[in-house]
Design a protein around this ligand. Structure first.
Ligand code: SAM
Ligand code: DTB
Ligand code: SF4
Length: 337
């Protein structure tokens, strides 16, 4: 197979020698990423498979489980989100959950085969009064042998350090789209705000989970630019969630046009090639995907999913449906690492 050599001009690294997630990947150019994205489908998937197999067992997928520990009433205006107080999605807002209920949810997640438990809060950022409870949640979930992840909005350097010191393994904070398109989706914060929190997370020593959403009316160029931004961070995120928009009635993106599944698979493959040793998570939106599209996403290098009947507020495939799909594909759950 011949591959456009310009695809490798981004870095001084030897093609085929994968930099580790969390380490500098060198700089990708948008042109090189575009060239990859536009390869004939079979060539792109072949490249993604080659890269994937250098760092991962292609027949294992990591399972994460989400819990919304504080739902709705969020002051931010993200146009895709059921939890923003700016839109009427019909969702009932709740207070921060008790530690015991969160730990009970984590135990259920572990017993269902998840290795990572991700706790999400609909905040612009956490308040000082929440710290003690968040720390107790981290410690309680870790004690069950699970990896811990939180997604709580913006963090100052000190807040990130406090969560890291409490033992939080991962912090999720998505850039969601390209820098250019960001202000079309959110007005209450900037793309630069997102990058600043990511810097604080990285400086604290926690692992970074950062990705975005496909299907918000953005162009293919925005998807490519988003992935180039992620790959060119001083250190690539260890986890890269790629969400397919779940259109939420009442939000500005309720009527967004569904994404062509082939374009979605190309986006996953590009994420895999640009970030060879990161876990690429096929995240929100799987209920609307066929088994065949999901299978192509795994072939393109996705190696993580969210399991459990609900994500934060929206539906996810049932555990039975996921178990059946993974069985048909001969994919086994990955153990924690
Ligand atoms: N409030 C925190 C924040 O914004 O960082 C954490 C929770 S927020 C729900 C986490 C991520 O979920 C968002 O950045 C977005 O990528 C994803 N998300 C939210 N609503 C979605 C939807 N309707 N469809 C797909 N992804 C969605
Ligand atoms: C991510 O990228 N996707 C997850 C997790 N990080 C926090 C959230 C998906 C949310 C889907 C919409 C909902 O459940 O409300
Ligand atoms: Fe709030 Fe996060 Fe939803 Fe934005 S994505 S409205 S910050 S919960």
């Amino acid at each position: 197979m011949s591959v456009d050599a310009t695809a490798f001009e981004h870095t001084g690294a030897t093609p085929g020698v994968a930099p580790l997630a969390g380490e500098s990947t060198g700089r990708w150019t948008v042109a090189a990423a575009e060239a990859l994205y536009n390869l004939p489908f079979a060539d792109l998937l072949f490249q993604a498979q080659v890269v994937h197999r250098e760092s991962f067992d292609p027949n294992r997928v990591q399972l994460s489980r989400l819990m919304s520990i504080k739902t709705g009433g969020c002051p931010e205006d993200c146009g895709y989100c059921s939890q923003s107080a700016h839109f009427d999605s019909g969702l009932k807002a709740t207070k921060l959950m008790d530690v015991e209920a969160v730990i009970a949810g984590a135990r259920e997640a572990r017993d269902g085969g998840a290795t990572r438990f991700c706790m999400g809060a609909a905040w612009r950022g956490p308040k000082g009064r929440d710290t003690a409870r968040l720390v107790a949640m981290i410690q309680g979930v870790k004690a069950l042998g699970l990896q811990t992840c939180m997604t709580l909005g913006m963090l100052s350097r000190e807040q990130a350090q406090a969560l890291g010191d409490a033992g939080l393994d991962y912090y999720n904070h998505n850039i969601d789209t390209s820098e250019r398109y960001y202000s079309s989706v959110v007005s209450t914060r900037t793309f630069a705000d997102r990058l600043e929190t990511l810097e604080h997370v990285r400086a604290s020593g926690m692992k970074v989970c950062c990705g975005g959403i496909i299907g918000m009316g953005e162009e293919v160029a925005d998807r490519i630019a988003m992935l180039v931004t992620l790959a060119n961070l001083p250190a690539a995120p260890e986890s890269v969630p790629i969400n397919s928009l779940i259109p939420i009635p009442g939000t500005p993106l309720a009527d967004a046009q569904a994404v062509d599944p082939i374009s979605f698979v190309r986006t996953i493959a590009l994420a895999r090639v640009l970030m060879p040793t990161s876990y690429v998570r096929l995240s929100a939106g799987r209920t609307a995907m066929s088994d065949e599209t999901q299978a192509l996403c795994f072939l393109a290098g996705a190696n993580s999913i969210f399991v459990g009947d609900t994500l934060l507020t929206a539906d996810n495939p049932s555990e039975d449906a996921d178990a059946a799909l993974l069985r048909r594909l001969g994919i086994r759950p990955a153990t924690a690492d």
